[in-house]
Design a protein. Structure first.
Length: 509
């Protein structure tokens, strides 16, 4: 079988049905298996949404008219398939469009019933949470913030619709509406995502049971979860509010993000993925800029990772968007594991550093001159200066590009070489890391631990006198700290200089 320059074998079939099994890494076969990953378990803030106001407007990189693809099912072809491994990928299955009125929801079909009774997740085991925090590699500031969150969460109790006062709508997308709300009893500011579901009581109860794992998720790199409840046919997920929004929204104001800030963002993303895999035994499966949230304290947290299979099945009818961050092996229906998330990380890095969704890849490097100097040293100096002082940068723009239809886009990801960053714009460390993440074969991609040890993360992320990463990535408040202890590259300071000012009503907890 011929191979393109990307190193991936040509595939003739694009299979959008996700596999039912996950192949563990060779050295993980004797460990506890990862749970089957699912989609859209939580949404903390403005993640994966179409913003509702001018400060969170439509991303200029998005198509004005997003393509909506109908749900598909994998159906056995009537043509005989060869038993050879190479032919299995190119024959034996075809895709079938499912009519919306008979689209399956889990193992059942949708009904028109609505439910008014409410179910809420259970209380917090504070002692267990504190034990988990003690076992993690956290600094004092991270531990204090998590402890404070757990204390606030313990005061809430059962959540009900009448407990919330809506402040503003943050956006729509990914199956629901996300609102900024105030919990009336405690005064806590939250992000509440409402998803309308036409499902049976048994399925509804199972969703809540599956979401219970979010109560056990206590990490400075994962968005906080207050609880969930059903009311009048809607499920409401109540999450920690992140006042910086998602990274796709940050790009609307920043244009593109300088390397040292991206390195710090990457550190937190990798730590979050490690926590999900090692502690909760799940794969995120939907890593992208809109699922990476930030706040003006400099915290970076993942959201929308998969824990609820029933919720995924219930939302399977809506496949909306003009972008995909899925690895090629997922699109072709092959078995996958955490290394598929590594691909998504690499694609997200290209978008963050260029301000442009990287599919299709730019073939003419002169296009980068719309945003970069032709002089490499000048570009590297600009990365460092903007990371320290914070200001918008021009994004890479190719006016001649027409947005791809979703099936054309997915076929492009499967069959064409992965995007690459030009050397005259970026450091060798970043280029090397991105190339490693976007290797065609998942087995050739680096593990999360190896990425955390990559020079781009350990050196560029620090960009400080020590040359190592300061993992807090927050605003330093210690007046007694010496100059050598201060990190000149700070996500919080960068965001405050790039994002619009915070209004009095927009203060987080």
């Amino acid at each position: 079988m011929s191979k393109p320059s990307s190193g991936r074998p040509n595939r003739n079939v694009l299979n959008l049905t996700l596999p039912s099994t996950i192949a563990p890494l060779p050295d993980e076969e004797d460990k506890q298996p990862l749970r089957h990953p699912k989609v859209t378990s939580n949404s903390a803030s403005m993640a994966d949404t179409a913003p509702a106001n001018q400060h969170s407007g439509q991303n200029t990189n998005e198509s004005a008219s997003p393509v909506i693809a109908p749900p598909i099912m994998r159906v056995r072809s009537t043509q005989p398939a060869s038993s050879s491994p190479s032919s299995i990928k190119s024959s034996g299955y075809h895709v079938k469009v499912v009519a919306p009125d008979i689209a399956p929801t889990g193992n059942r079909y949708q009904t028109n019933s609505r439910y008014s009774n409410r179910i809420s997740t259970g209380p917090v085991d504070v002692a267990e949470v504190l034990r988990q925090l003690a076992a993690q590699d956290l600094d004092d500031l991270q531990r204090r913030r998590l402890s404070a969150f757990v204390t606030e969460k313990q005061k809430i109790g059962e959540l009900r619709p009448e407990d919330f006062e809506k402040i503003s709508e943050l956006g729509k997308g990914n199956g629901g509406v996300v609102s900024k709300v105030r919990h009336i009893t405690t005064g806590l500011i939250m992000a509440k995502k409402n998803i309308h579901l036409e499902i049976k009581p048994m399925v509804r109860t199972q969703i809540i049971r599956e979401l219970q794992v979010l109560h056990d998720c206590n990490s400075p790199y994962i968005v906080g979860y207050y609880g969930a409840f059903f009311a009048d046919g809607d499920i409401s997920l109540c999450m920690e509010y992140m006042d910086g929004g998602s990274l796709d929204m940050v790009l609307q104001h920043a244009g593109r993000i300088p390397e040292p800030i991206v390195a710090k963002l990457l550190y937190s993303v990798l730590k979050g993925l490690v926590y999900l895999g090692q502690t909760l035994h799940i794969i995120h499966r939907d890593v992208k800029p809109s699922n990476i949230l930030v706040n003006r304290n400099g915290e970076v947290k993942l959201c929308d990772f998969g824990v609820s299979g029933q919720l995924t099945d219930s939302l399977a009818n809506s496949f909306v968007g003009t972008r995909s961050y899925m690895a090629p092996e997922r699109l072709t229906g092959e078995q996958y594991n955490i290394l598929s998330d590594v691909w998504s990380v690499g694609l997200s890095l290209v978008e963050l550093t260029t301000g442009r969704y990287p599919i299709p890849a730019i073939e003419d490097e002169s296009v980068y001159l719309t945003a970069f100097s032709p002089d490499r040293e000048a570009n590297l100096a600009q990365h460092l200066d903007v990371a320290k002082h914070g200001r918008p940068l021009p994004r890479v723009s190719s006016r001649s590009e027409e947005p791809m239809a979703i099936f054309e886009l997915l076929a492009h990801i499967v069959d064409q070489p992965a995007p690459r960053l030009p050397r005259f714009c970026f450091s060798d460390d970043l280029i090397d890391l991105v190339d490693a993440c976007l290797r065609g074969s998942p087995n050739d991609r680096p593990s999360l631990d190896k990425l955390l040890q990559h020079p781009f993360v350990t050196t560029v992320a620090g960009a400080c006198p020590h040359g190592v990463v300061h993992r807090q990535s927050t605003i330093y408040t210690d007046a007694n700290a010496s100059d050598a202890d201060l990190d000149p590259i700070n996500i919080g300071n960068y965001l405050m200089n790039v994002l619009p000012p915070v209004s009095p009503d927009d203060q987080s907890n």
